[in-house]
Design a protein around this ligand. Structure first.
Ligand code: 5AD
Length: 337
């Protein structure tokens, strides 16, 4: 029975949750994973939604201290796919059966503009039966609105941490926690199915802050939540910091499932890089995002080290899902909440 744990997760307060995380982080109770899995199956059945990820530009104006694409990474080879290349990559994915795409980039000023609106419009014109999710950072309300009006369905903008002081430690000015939150509220108000989320094990994180991240998700009720481990990236201020724990990440996914019964939750690429993908899919996660970026660009989208080796391998992911007794689903896979 998952209802006791779900009721607890839906009402627990910050201090108690932080203490619970501290007490169980080394050895999470199996009942948590079983409850999250049972709830996911009751709401979504055994389907795992496949989203084709297209990393269309690694150019970024921001200085996020953890991110391998941040603006001060001078040795990184930068690329930007053209509008036609992006639309072609979607069409290629369409032919492979994908009906859900995630267009992700750094905060590239070239595409934080009507050009991205045009890309979305072209995709929706050619493939009106597809869901388009954007993950391209903070923009003005007017631009978010134009993207939505062009047909973009969903927008991912991780909150990264729900603690303003922690946020400031990870993100140099002019980024601010207040602006991040404003963007998230705007995305929801504009009408996007909105995704938030955070890294597990980012420098400066504490159990109290992790509890705060979960409680932020519970209060904000995003339609999607991406939760992945921090993985150090070469050349960044945090290159020598330890990676987040895969076990703790899976525990956070399970808790997030109990707090967001209707949301879609990915087993993230970063968690996959640490070998935790299967466990997440059996603990509440129900989305996989294979990388459909054209191979000659893929190696340069280095959010963190070791990522470039994580190949698309759609067929292998399908087999992996089936081996878990789940079904690969290539439909739009709209979040229910
Ligand atoms: N380790 C793990 N995740 C990272 N991201 C960025 N850099 C890293 C890293 N070093 C995540 C952020 C961002 C998403 C696109 O990738 O949470 O929102």
């Amino acid at each position: 029975m998952y209802s006791d744990l779900m009721n607890w997760a839906q009402s627990v307060q910050r201090e108690e949750l932080a203490a619970w995380i501290a007490a169980h982080r080394e050895n999470p109770p199996g009942a948590l994973f079983e409850a999250a899995d049972a709830l996911r199956r009751r709401v979504y059945g055994d389907r795992v939604f496949f989203r084709g990820l297209i990393e269309f530009s690694n150019i970024c104006a921001r200085g996020c201290r953890y991110c391998g694409l941040n603006a001060s990474q001078t040795s990184l080879h930068r690329y930007r796919m053209t509008e036609a290349e992006i639309v072609c990559a979607v069409s290629a994915g369409y032919r492979r059966g994908f009906r859900s795409f995630v267009l992700q980039s750094g905060e590239d000023p070239y595409y934080q503009s009507p050009r991205l609106v045009s890309v979305v419009a072209q995709i929706k014109e050619q493939h009106p039966d597809c869901a388009v999710t954007l993950s391209a950072g903070e923009m003005s309300e007017a631009l978010y609105r134009a993207l939505y009006d062009a047909g973009a369905d969903r927008y991912l903008l991780r909150h990264e941490t729900a603690d303003a002081e922690h946020y400031a430690g990870l993100h140099p000015a002019p980024m601010s926690f207040q602006h991040r939150m404003k963007c998230l509220r705007t995305l929801k108000a504009v009408g996007f199915a909105t995704g938030a989320g955070f890294m597990v094990g980012s420098p400066g994180q504490t159990d109290e802050r992790l509890a705060g991240d979960l409680l932020f998700l519970r209060a904000f009720q995003p339609h999607m939540a991406g939760i992945g481990p921090f993985i150090p990236a070469k050349g960044t201020a945090f290159e020598a910091e330890p990676a987040g724990s895969a076990n703790l990440t899976v525990m956070m996914v399970a808790l997030a499932r109990l707090m967001l019964p209707l949301a879609t939750l990915p087993a993230t690429t970063a968690l996959g890089a640490l070998g935790g993908r299967d466990r997440a899919l059996l603990a509440g996660a129900n989305v996989l995002m294979p990388d459909l970026t054209p191979p000659h660009y893929r190696a340069d989208y280095k959010l963190y080290d070791g990522k470039a080796e994580v190949d698309a391998q759609v067929d292998q992911m399908v087999r992996e899902v089936e081996a878990l007794g789940l079904t690969a689903d290539f439909s739009r896979g709209d979040p229910l909440g």
